[in-house]
Design a protein. Structure first.
Length: 164
């Protein structure tokens, strides 16, 4: 982690700047510029917004709920956020690995739980059930041996799992 200290600092700086400082600065800048360059010079708008304070209150009371609605629509009602999540998983090998490992563990635990439940009832596993367990085990062993953070094996494996 020591050799990444500069990059970690750069990441935190960019997050602080883009999420917090630039956002607040841009909002204030937009309000000030639009009021003093547009509204003050247009008499009819000056009647609606006689002071910067009134302009700020009206724009905030309309703009904040509107932007909340737009954010909600972005996350819940469009495919845009789904595409962003896909890109994040594809581009981040650690997130991809965690997702693949979770999928693998769920699949393997389900099969093993089924086998354990059957054995706990003093029932024998059929040859087909034993073969299914071996196939899953061999497939996972092969994948784990071949994958790395640099190759695209995890992504291919995830695509294969989600298609079946």
């Amino acid at each position: 982690m020591g050799n990444k200290l500069g990059f970690r600092g750069w990441f935190y700086f960019r997050q602080g700047w883009s999420i917090y400082f630039a956002f607040i600065f841009a909002a204030i800048n937009t309000l000030v510029v639009t009021y003093y360059l547009a509204i003050e010079n247009i008499p009819i708008l000056k009647e609606v917004f006689p002071t910067f304070y009134v302009y700020f209150l009206i724009v905030s009371s309309v703009g904040i709920p509107l932007l909340i609605l737009v954010g909600y629509i972005h996350f819940k009602r469009t495919k845009a956020y789904e595409a962003e999540a896909d890109i994040f998983i594809e581009a981040n090998p650690f997130a991809l690995r965690m997702l693949v490992n979770t999928e693998v563990l769920v699949r393997l635990n389900l099969k093993l739980s089924q086998n354990i439940l059957k054995l706990s009832k003093n029932e024998q596993l059929t040859e087909n059930e034993i073969e299914e367990t071996k196939i899953i085990s061999n497939e996972l062993t092969k994948h784990i041996q071949e994958r790395s953070f640099k190759n695209k094996k995890d992504l291919a494996f995830l695509k294969k799992l989600t298609k079946s």
